[in-house]
Design a protein around this ligand. Structure first.
Ligand SMILES: [Ca+2]
Length: 227
C-alpha cells in the first residue's frame, strides 16, 4: 500500500512538472530587416530605441553587410542585422517586451557578430529595465566573443523571483571600450516559462513536488532492493 501511495505522489508531481511550458514573447523587428537600407543607417530601427552616450552622432542602426561589403560578414538571417558601437563608452539599443509576470523565468537569445575590419571590443546583452539613457541589467552576458567575421549565439536566463511587475526590456550594448568598436546583432528571441495557468508555483505544490521526488527515490530504492 505504501508503494501505491508513493506511485500516486510521483504521478501528481509529474503533472505539476508537465504544467511548466515555455511561451514566446513577441520581439518586434527581431531580425533587423526593417527599415530596408542599401548599406546602413544610423537609425531609426523599427521597434527599437537607441541610446548613444558620449557621442553626438547616432552610432547604432541597421545594416546590410553584403551590400556594404568588405567586412567579412553576411546577415545571420535575411539580409540585415542591427549594430551598435563606434563609441568608446558603448551605445545600446533596447526594446520594451511587456509586463513581467511574478515568478516567471525569462530566456533571451541573441546572435552576435564581429566585423573583420572593426574590433568588437566587448559587448553586453541583457534583460533588465531602462530609465532615460541608462539601463539596469537583471541578467547579462558578455561572452562568448565571436571570431572576426563570424556570428555566435549568446543569451541569458533570469527568474523574476523578486516578483517585479514592471515592464521587461531587452538591452543590446555594442562596442564597449575599444576605439571604433562595433557589435552586430541579429535574431533576438525571448521566451518565458510559467505554469500552464500562468500561476506562480505555490509553496504547497512545490512541497508536493519535493515529496514526489522523495517518493521516486524510495520507489527506486525498492526496485533496486528487489533486483
Ligand atoms: Ca536579420
Amino acid at each position: 500500500m505504501k508503494l501505491k501511495f508513493f506511485t500516486a505522489v510521483a504521478a501528481i508531481s509529474l503533472l505539476v512538472a508537465a504544467e511548466a511550458a515555455s511561451a514566446a514573447i513577441v520581439v518586434t523587428n527581431a531580425g533587423f530587416e526593417d527599415p530596408v537600407v542599401s548599406g546602413y543607417n544610423l537609425g531609426p530601427i523599427t521597434g527599437w530605441s537607441q541610446v548613444n552616450p558620449g557621442n553626438a552622432v547616432g552610432v547604432s542602426g541597421v545594416w546590410n553587410p553584403s551590400a556594404f561589403g568588405g567586412t567579412g560578414l553576411t546577415a545571420h538571417s535575411g539580409s540585415q542585422a542591427g549594430f551598435a558601437g563606434n563609441a568608446p563608452d558603448g551605445s545600446f539599443i533596447y526594446q520594451n517586451v511587456g509586463a513581467l509576470t511574478a515568478g516567471n523565468t525569462y530566456v533571451l537569445s541573441v546572435w552576435v557578430a564581429q566585423r573583420l575590419d572593426y574590433p568588437l571590443g566587448s559587448y553586453e546583452v541583457a534583460l533588465g529595465t531602462v530609465s532615460g539613457s541608462t539601463f539596469t541589467a537583471y541578467a547579462s552576458a558578455s561572452a562568448p566573443i565571436p571570431a572576426a567575421g563570424s556570428w555566435i549565439q549568446t543569451g541569458v536566463t533570469w527568474t523574476n523571483s523578486g516578483n517585479l511587475t514592471s515592464d521587461l526590456y531587452v538591452i543590446l550594448v555594442g562596442g564597449i571600450g575599444a576605439s571604433q568598436a562595433q557589435t552586430s546583432f541579429d535574431d533576438v528571441s525571448v521566451s518565458t516559462t510559467a505554469d500552464a495557468d500562468g500561476n506562480v508555483p505555490e509553496p504547497a505544490s512545490m512541497a508536493i513536488w519535493g515529496l514526489g521526488a522523495v517518493g521516486c527515490a524510495v520507489a527506486g530504492y525498492r526496485r533496486r532492493k528487489l533486483a
